[in-house]
Structure formats: C-alpha cells, structure tokens
Write a protein that binds this ligand. Structure first.
Ligand code: SF4
Ligand code: MG
Length: 335
C-alpha cells in the first residue's frame, strides 16, 4: 500500500535573537492508511513542531525550510495556497491538542463549535451541521448528547472536553488525525478510556492516527509502529514489537528504563541523565553523546546516519557498526 502521508526531510527552524533554533531538522516518516503511528520523545525533541508543520500552523519566526516536503494524498502540502490548505486542514487532516481548554472557544456551546467545522467546510446546512454535532458527541461516548451540545466548555469535565475535541477532529471523517499528547493532562483512568475511544473510532472510521507522546506506555497501548525523536531528528524507527523487544538506540533504551513500571506507581526511578539540549545549539557528532551511557570518540566527531537494521528497523547510532561498544562508556560524562 501507498502511504497516505509522507513527511520528507522536514526542517522547521525558528529565527530568534539567539540564532536559528533547528527544532525539526531533517525528519522523514510515512503514515500508512488507517494505521496508528507513535511519535515519541521527551519534550523539546521537535514532536509538536513536526505536527504543526504538517498542518502548516507554524507561525513566524518559525519557518519551514526549502527542500522540506509533506505529501498527502499525492499533493505537496507545502506547495498549496492558503485556500486549498484550508480545505485539507480540519477536513482531510485534523489535530487533537493536549489542552482542550485552550483549543475550544470558551464563549460558544460545544455543539455549536463542532457544527461550525462542518459549516466552514461546506459539508451541510446549519441544521444538518447541528444534527451531525449531536451524532458525533454520541459516538465519542458522551451521554445525553443533545443536552451536552448546548453546554459551554467550562461546564464539562476534562475527560468530556477531550471527547469533544475528538468529536471535532473526526466530524468530517479525516484520513489522518495528529493527536498531540491527547491524554497527558488527564488522570490515568480517563486516559485509558480516551485511548480506547480513539482505537475504537479508528477501527470504525479507518482514520490514520499519529499519536504524539512522551510516554512509551501510551505507544504500547495503541500504536503499531513507532518513530523516536531526539534533538530534532528521528533516532529510531521500528514496529512496536521490535522496539520493545530489541531497542537499538541508547536514547530509546533510556526512555524504556524511565517508563513507570506496571503496578509500581508513578515514580520515575530511572530517568535519562541530563536534559535535551537547546535547539539553537545541537551537539556536534551524535546529538545524544553527552547523555549516552556508551559514547566513545567517534560519537563526538561523527554525526550518525540512520543505519538500517532490517525489516524497516532503523537507528541513528554508530553501535550498528560497532556493537561491541555497547555496555561501556569511554568518555567522561558531562557535568
Ligand atoms: Fe550513544 Fe554513540 Fe550511539 Fe550516539 S552514536 S547514541 S553517543 S553510542
Ligand atoms: Mg509538545
């Protein structure tokens, strides 16, 4: 099958007083029709900017650099005019944000806001749009949808608001939904319900989902393939099964060690030492070298390419060529 969405060598830079912040720096990945692709990494790795770039929602001083390509249904989204782009956005590709309170308009009834999406895209009369909104609220599991449709965002719980966001993102039956940390602000029980809802809607509607999260637990729940990002780049890509059984990149290993253990509470006992460097100054060589438990001289000098490990598994780590280096760091760790 052909990918429905294909991101190719995407670079999104922010031109600030401190120099160019290379937030997304040469990212490529494909999304297949109807699949769930996980996009994982710590905050500051470029995941959200990648999603915003796909919908061309990056604002100045941010800029998508020439040479980047985003193909959707055979068209280059970066070459579309504003008008064509508006037709794609929300209709064929839509987005779910982490914080529904900021994405929903506080002064409009939620049913009204969903109906508005339908009307703006010319997909129905006022009356039809309103009916469609109520239908959608029902299909995202909101009880008494006709009454709820007349409520304002602040009258709903956090979990309900996220369901409204999902209803809004799916009302026009898009081919791709970009979901940016859609469950992060919710408590664990609600989080599980929302993931289940997304999986269920996807099975019914055939929507492809790009699930953006810092939490590998969420990926394990819902995704089939995973792209791991670090410092503006893809550092590993594999199926979920391969990634969890045989992770290759030391950053992925670190994320796994930092996953809360089942039944072990929320304590993060093993976090990756250090922090993501600022995007104005990505380290030379491997961008992970100052945090990596195995780094050696080559890692400081030479920027690793994405090494192919077979079956679509790729890793941006020199250990692919020198596996005997794993298990021992050869350089002093940064203070
Ligand atoms: Fe660590 Fe070197 Fe691999 Fe980078 S290339 S992740 S520093 S071992
Ligand atoms: Mg983010």
């Amino acid at each position: 099958a052909e990918p429905i969405l294909s991101v190719h060598d995407l670079r999104t830079y922010f031109y600030t007083g401190a120099g160019a912040a290379r937030s997304v720096d040469g990212v490529s990945f494909d999304v297949m029709p109807g699949e769930t692709l996980g996009l994982v990494g710590e905050s500051g790795c470029g995941k959200s900017v990648t999603a915003l770039s796909v919908l061309r929602l990056v604002r100045p001083p941010g800029r998508i650099e020439p040479g980047s390509r985003i193909e959707f249904e055979g068209r280059d989204l970066l070459a579309l005019g504003e008008r064509e782009l508006r037709e794609v956005r929300g209709d064929r590709v839509s987005m779910i944000f982490q914080e529904p309170m900021t994405a929903l308009n506080p002064v409009f009834q939620v049913g009204e806001q969903i109906a508005e999406v339908v009307r703006v895209h010319g997909k129905g009369s006022r009356r039809e749009a309103q009916d469609r909104a109520v239908e959608m609220l029902e299909s995202v599991g909101i009880p008494d949808p006709a009454r709820r449709a007349k409520q304002y965002p602040h009258e709903l719980s956090g979990g309900m608001r996220q369901r409204v966001m999902i209803a809004m993102a799916l009302v026009l039956n898009p081919a791709v939904v970009l979901a940016d940390e859609p469950t992060t602000a919710l408590d664990v029980t609600i989080q599980a319900q929302i993931l289940e809802l997304l999986a269920d809607l996807q099975a019914r509607l055939g929507t492809a989902i790009v699930m953006i999260t810092h939490d590998l637990g969420v990926i394990a729940e819902i995704a089939r393939r995973v792209v791991v990002m670090y410092a503006g780049e893809v550092v590993e890509q594999a199926t979920v099964a391969t990634l969890f059984e045989t992770p290759h990149h030391p950053y992925t290993e670190g994320l796994m060690a930092a996953m809360p253990q089942l039944g072990g509470g929320m304590d993060r006992l093993n976090v990756i030492p250090g922090t993501v460097p600022p995007p104005t100054a990505w380290p030379v060589g491997c961008r992970f070298h100052d945090r990596c438990p195995y780094a050696w001289e080559r890692c400081v000098r030479e920027h690793p390419p994405l090494y192919a490990l077979g079956d679509g598994h790729v890793s941006r780590c020199h250990l692919a060529e020198e596996p005997e280096r794993r298990g021992q760091r050869h350089l002093p760790l940064a203070a």
